[in-house]
Ligand binder design. Structure first.
Ligand code: SF4
Ligand code: SF4
Ligand code: FES
Length: 990
């Protein structure tokens, strides 16, 4: 800490920040435009001027830009001297000569950084009477409006879009006061983070287009904090509501996860919550004549009880007995933990199936086991951003984990930032740091079947088929194991003072040559011309990882290949033994699927991966089983559309074999359409409960809207049958049965304090203007919001106000909205990082306390793999050659952010950005299969068949064909592909 004086008052502050950040941290209102705590400083707007004095004798001083001035010990400055006040007033007046001053019709009004800064600067008179420049606006896609006349030329947008996010379809054009920030031609912005421009821009140039459709001033919204319901990263969001509809989503800063930015799915993927296909009331359906009867919730609960304990059943009363197995259930990867727990308690663990394919359950379990045994250290996104080398294995994180990809984009700059630091430049000096860094990149190795949005940052990229990837990964694994053995020997020698060498000097172990591998695997396909020797790549990747201080491995479930995941975990584990700071990120597929990996039943040492495939087997019996097999009578499906995972014929045969199907869901999914009884559940905005992110962070989200119509949280539909009547009771049951989840009880304890508190939290700001006006044509009063129960928030402005919440009730609350006097804009509210250490705010990292088990020896892991039926290098080569001599082609899933997330796809802006499904194939493979670009191909997979348009891709591996993620699950890993025209093959699977 250093001492500085600001306006004759002494402060102790951190020396690592610039003066502007320091002033803001101290709660001093210094205006700024171009500075952003994540983007750093460039000194473009000149708004943050302060007077700096050389010492106590210096009475004249000089104006400096606070954002460009490092804090140093003994610094004396003034914010309040006349000259700096005048400078700031004159500067903002000049900036605003071209601004249209159209606040009453601007959607940024009341949420505008320019308004806030104008008020803070004290500029109150408009003297400019000249003509203002005007611009034509552009169509920028379904997410953002464009109103260029409001631009003040701060350059934040272009720095964010191009420098920070790596986008290249947005730029600054023109000069002087005729700057234009937009695209070369109108069109949808391509970057996955484009929606953040609405917050990054300090004025109303970019505004939230879906919000415009049902716009409400910020101060008339009610808000509550929760977790993004889409991918597995667990970004923190604030949901805003009015009139029982979700109006918008904004970023809630969490420095370990999302920081300042959400991806476009997180920002705009909420329309399912307002969708007209939402289920509002329970439905009793007659599938024979396709008719439905709407039930009240009391009738629905009676019907539920009846279906679960039929009066005409011989064994009434024991129907729900878990031993009889008459009632089974499928849990959900997109609902809160509490709902799955209640359902599992109802039917018993033996009868509870996890709502993803068995193989995915196995992979989730592999991740959880590695975290629990401390074999690998799960990193947060912030840690990923700070690491100094990364290896990404077969996971297109730009689409499966976008916020992580944005962090890796920043991570690749760390080498340049370090180089600048050696010259005395702090990381916040953005312009200078980028100037010095130029194109220097931190090591980023990518092993994949296709190029990705991160390819241009990769220092090493190997594009090969998944089967070849396993061979390469096993080589890396062997190298690391060898280095580990040698290191242990050296350490032992060092201990005996015999040998001072370090492991980095150990000679490389020779690996199998590329020629050997090629001859084995490429029996009918031309080798990819750009594929280099694996040995050389292996060596470079191993050296890169071992030279770094904090290397990390990133992989995930996209490949749906347990062998790849197992090998990746081995690599991360060996790396951790060689480099104790090494980390790992395992990207899973849905918001709450990781906790499935903790719900595995271990039967006499053998894990039971009860997913959707096991459910089908349970209903239909094993193949070859005698015909006396009896399917369960009743099935409860919780928030899972089974049609996304299982081919129609098999699934419908299984569903037809079950007498009673009960579905609890938000939407009328194809699965819900097969149900006898449908119970409507609350969306993420209507529910509260816990999620476990893929980092292993247990987080709690609150409801913004409470209990609209007859929608209820699923556990409440079941509560009379489960005897679990509150989240606290569910948490307790969970911690009794799954001790690893015991920290979930922390949230019950905090909730008790909050609910008993006299300081309930207002979910609406004090300055509501127009709640009575919205439906004035019909009625002067608006419907009263439904009062919330079980939440610390009151559904009005009558409670503790945002900025005071943490003062009156220290750690137990989470602000409903972020606001402080004079700071109305979201970006202003987000200028501070996480101050609270409350689990409400930070979550609980489940595995950080994992007790280090005895690390399994490397050879044991390999043996275990073989015992588990996972392939080794040699056996895989064998499989390759025999598989590839057949005509079937290895399929790979191609991920797409706008197409892959079930609930987000109900949002029209997201849906309109999703690409047409296509078969992505290398021209050489296409030629060997007689496929023509732009024409349809027939794909007959292991389980089902599909027809897709062919698109050619020169960059991808010529040994695989890519199909959309959703189809890959249905088709399986291999397929016969032929041109649709003139095909004589059948339409069915292989
Ligand atoms: S468009 Fe907004 S962010 Fe970009 S320069 Fe103009 S005011 Fe700044
Ligand atoms: S979809 Fe994923 S990356 Fe995007 S905001 Fe939500 S949690 Fe974050
Ligand atoms: S914020 Fe300091 S010059 Fe723009």
């Amino acid at each position: 800490m250093v001492s500085i004086t600001i306006d004759n008052k002494a402060y102790r502050v951190s020396p690592n920040e610039n003066l502007l950040q320091t002033c803001l941290t101290l709660g001093l209102d210094l205006p700024y435009f171009c500075w952003h705590s994540e983007l750093g400083s460039v000194g473009a707007c000149r708004q943050c001027a302060v007077k700096q004095y050389q010492n106590d004798e210096d009475k004249v001083g000089r104006l400096v830009m606070a954002c460009m001035t490092p804090v140093c010990d003994g610094m004396v400055i003034s914010m309040q001297d006349t000259q700096s006040i005048q400078f700031r007033q004159t500067n903002i007046e000049a900036i605003m000569t071209q601004h249209p001053h159209d606040c009453p019709v601007c959607e940024e009004g009341g949420n505008c950084h320019l308004q806030d800064m104008t008020a803070i600067s004290g500029h109150i008179n408009r003297r400019y009477t000249g003509k203002k420049r005007t611009h034509l606006n552009q169509y920028l896609g379904p997410m953002l409006n464009h109103e260029m006349n409001r631009c003040i030329g701060c350059y934040r947008c272009v720095r964010f879009y191009r420098d920070y996010c790596g986008g290249d379809d947005f730029n600054v054009f023109g000069s002087k006061s005729h700057l234009y920030f937009g695209r070369a031609t109108s069109g949808a912005l391509e970057n996955n983070f484009s929606g953040n421009l609405a917050e990054v821009c300090p004025t109303g140039v970019f505004t939230d287009k879906p919000f415009s459709e049902h716009y409400i001033r910020k101060w008339d919204l009610r808000t509550a904090p929760t977790i993004c319901p889409h991918c597995s990263l667990g970004c923190n969001i604030t949901v805003s509501e009015r009139d029982q509809k979700v109006r918008r989503i904004t970023n809630r800063r969490h420095d370990e996860i999302n920081g300042h930015f959400l991806c476009n799915i997180g920002l705009f993927g909420y329309e399912h919550a307002n969708h007209n296909e939402r289920l509002d009331a329970p439905l009793l359906r007659n599938n024979a004549d396709k008719s439905s009867v709407i039930l009240s919730s009391i009738e629905a609960k009676k019907q539920l009880a009846k279906l679960l304990s039929p009066a005409d059943s011989d064994d009434q009363g024991s129907y729900l007995s878990q031993a009889t197995g008459k009632c089974i259930a499928i849990g959900s990867a997109r609902t809160q933990i509490e709902n799955n727990a209640a359902l599992m308690k109802l039917v018993g663990q033996d009868n509870f199936y996890l709502g993803v394919p068995d193989q995915q359950v196995q992979m989730l379990h592999m991740l959880c086991s590695a975290y629990q045994s401390n074999r690998v250290s799960p990193f947060s996104i912030k840690q990923a951003q700070a690491c100094d080398a990364a290896l990404i294995i077969n996971e297109d994180i730009s689409h499966t984990a976008p916020r992580l990809a944005l962090a890796i984009r920043q991570m690749s700059r760390n080498l340049g930032v370090d180089n600048a630091a050696k010259l005395g430049l702090a990381d916040w000096q953005d312009g200078s740091v980028r100037n010095i860094a130029q194109t220097s990149r931190s090591p980023l190795a990518i092993i994949a079947s296709d190029t990705s949005q991160l390819s241009n940052l990769a220092t090493e990229e190997v594009i090969i088929s998944p089967d070849e990837q396993v061979i390469l990964l096993e080589e890396i694994q062997d190298q690391l194991a060898h280095r580990l053995e040698e290191t242990k020997k050296l350490n032992e020698a060092e201990r005996l003072n015999e040998n001072p060498e370090r492991f980095t000097d150990i000679p490389h172990r020779p690996t199998s040559s590329a020629a050997d591998i090629d001859s084995d695997i490429n029996s009918n396909i031309e080798p990819y011309a750009n594929t280099e020797s694996y040995s050389a790549s292996t060596q470079r990747i191993v050296d890169t990882l071992l030279t770094a201080d904090t290397p990390m491995v990133i992989t995930g479930l996209q490949s749906q290949d347990p062998t790849l995941l197992s090998t990746s975990l081995n690599i991360a584990s060996l790396l951790k033994q060689l480099k104790p700071n090494a980390g790992f990120y395992g990207v899973t597929k849905q918001v709450n699927d990781l906790h499935f990996g903790l719900l595995i039943k271990d039967e006499e040492g053998e894990e039971n991966y009860q997913g959707i495939d096991s459910f089908i087997t349970r209903v239909m019996g094993q193949e070859g089983e005698d015909s006396t097999h009896k399917a369960p009578d009743t099935l409860i499906v919780l928030e899972t559309d089974l049609y996304r995972y299982m081919e129609v014929e098999r699934l419908e045969a299984a569903l037809d074999a079950i007498d009673n199907i009960i579905v609890i869901d938000q939407m009328l999914t194809p699965t819900a359409q097969m149900a006898d009884l449908i119970l409507p559940s609350g969306s993420f905005a209507e529910s509260q409960g816990c999620y476990l992110s893929s980092e292993g962070r247990l987080q709690h989200g609150f409801a913004t809207i409470s209990g609209l119509n007859q929608r209820m949280m699923p556990w409440t539909w079941l509560s009379e049958l489960t005897d679990l009547s509150s989240p606290a009771e569910i948490h307790h049951w969970l911690s009794q049965h799954f001790p690893i989840l015991a920290p979930i009880e922390t949230f019950s304890e905090l909730a008790q304090i909050n609910l008993g508190s006299q300081f309930r939290i207002a979910s609406q700001p004090k300055r509501a203007s127009a709640r009575t006006a919205i439906h004035a044509v019909h009625d002067v009063k608006e419907q009263m919001p439904i009062s919330a129960s079980g939440t610390p928030f009151v559904q009005s402005m009558e409670g503790v106000e945002g900025f005071r919440q943490s003062q009156v009730q220290m750690i137990t609350v989470l602000p409903a909205n972020a606001w402080s006097p004079k700071w109305n804009s979201d970006q202003g509210a987000n200028r501070f990082g996480n101050e609270s250490h409350s689990p409400w705010t930070l979550g609980i990292t489940l595995f950080s306390q994992a007790s280090p088990s005895s690390q399994p020896a490397y050879s044991d892991e390999r043996q275990a793999e073989q015992e588990n039926g996972l392939q080794t290098n040699a056996s895989r080569k064998e499989t390759n050659s025999s598989e590839l001599t057949s005509v079937s082609i290895r399929l790979m899933p191609s991920a797409n952010l706008y197409a892959d997330f079930e609930l987000a796809s109900y949002s029209s802006p997201i849906h309109s950005m999703s690409p047409e499904p296509s078969l992505n194939i290398h021209p050489s493979l296409a030629a060997s299969l007689n496929l023509i670009e732009g024409e349809e191909a027939q794909i007959r997979g292991e389980h089902s068949a599909a027809r897709l348009m062919c698109t050619f891709n020169q960059q991808m591996s010529p040994d695989v064909a890519q199909v959309p993620n959703s189809l890959f699950t249905l088709l399986g890993k291999r397929a016969k592909i032929s041109p649709l025209k003139g095909t004589e093959d059948s339409d069915g699977p292989i």
